[in-house]
Design a binder for this molecule. Structure first.
Ligand SMILES: Cc1cc2nc3c(=O)[nH]c(=O)nc-3n(C[C@H](O)[C@H](O)[C@H](O)COP(=O)(O)OP(=O)(O)OC[C@H]3O[C@@H](n4cnc5c(N)ncnc54)[C@H](O)[C@@H]3O)c2cc1C
Length: 183
């Protein structure tokens, strides 16, 4: 799905010596260091999703103002306005959660639940915004020239990576709500 948006490839590494001077941190601490990097990656993923969603929403809004059907801009119809207004609300709410998670992380506080929730909310908000942007453009939404099809494809990535929606929900269910581990 990444054609023209991001490139995706396989790499294989075998028998590569790494000199000790290139080691990050102390010996035996690698896994903890990797874990420390997962929460900011989720916050980053949330920010990425919010950016894609905002861009799609801006494109949809501009098109809704300029496209005239039956003598009025399509953006004058509530069936076009309301989904776009919903997307604005959803993206801004997700953004607040992402900033909340980032503030906790910057303060050295635990932020696993917030970072996961931010990524989850932002990914879904972006996906919906892109879906609505494609449909606001009608048939042109399918055309490359309007770019929203590319944002739509791109908006799938934060739903899958770096952690899927299902695993985010499992984390919150277990770690926040205290429910039994399901996986
Ligand atoms: C464009 C792109 C870039 C990526 N970049 C990176 C990267 O930089 N670094 C990196 O480490 N990874 C990266 N990934 C990988 C990504 O993190 C994984 O694809 C993702 O975490 C899902 O894992 P999986 O593909 O093994 O799916 P699977 O684990 O096979 O899961 C498949 C489906 O089943 C669901 N599922 C699995 N187990 C459970 C369960 N117990 N309960 C409920 N549902 C479940 C999943 O949520 C998912 O929907 C990238 C993926 C893509 C598409």
């Amino acid at each position: 799905m990444g054609r023209g948006a991001v490139d995706s490839n396989s790499i294989f590494i075998s028998d590569l010596p790494v000199p000790e001077c290139d080691r990050i941190g102390k010996e035996g601490e690698g896994f903890r260091i990797i874990l420390d990097s997962l929460n900011p990656e989720r916050i980053l993923g949330a920010a990425e999703a919010i950016g894609i969603g905002r861009r799609a929403l801006a494109k949809a809004t501009a098109y809704a103002k300029e496209r005239v059907v039956f003598g009025r801009p399509i953006g004058q119809n509530q069936a076009i306005q309301h989904p776009l207004a919903e997307s604005w609300s959803e993206l801004e709410a997700a953004n607040l959660m992402a900033f909340h998670a980032a503030e906790l992380y910057d303060g050295g506080q635990p932020c696993g639940a917030e970072a996961n929730a931010a990524k989850y909310l932002a990914a879904d908000a972006a996906f919906l915004a892109c879906d609505r942007a494609v449909r606001t453009h009608g048939g042109f939404g399918y055309a490359r020239e309007y770019h929203v099809e590319r944002y739509f494809r791109e908006s799938m990535i934060p739903r899958i990576a770096p952690v899927s929606r299902e695993l985010v929900l499992s984390h919150i269910a277990e770690r926040v709500l205290g429910l039994p581990k399901s996986y």
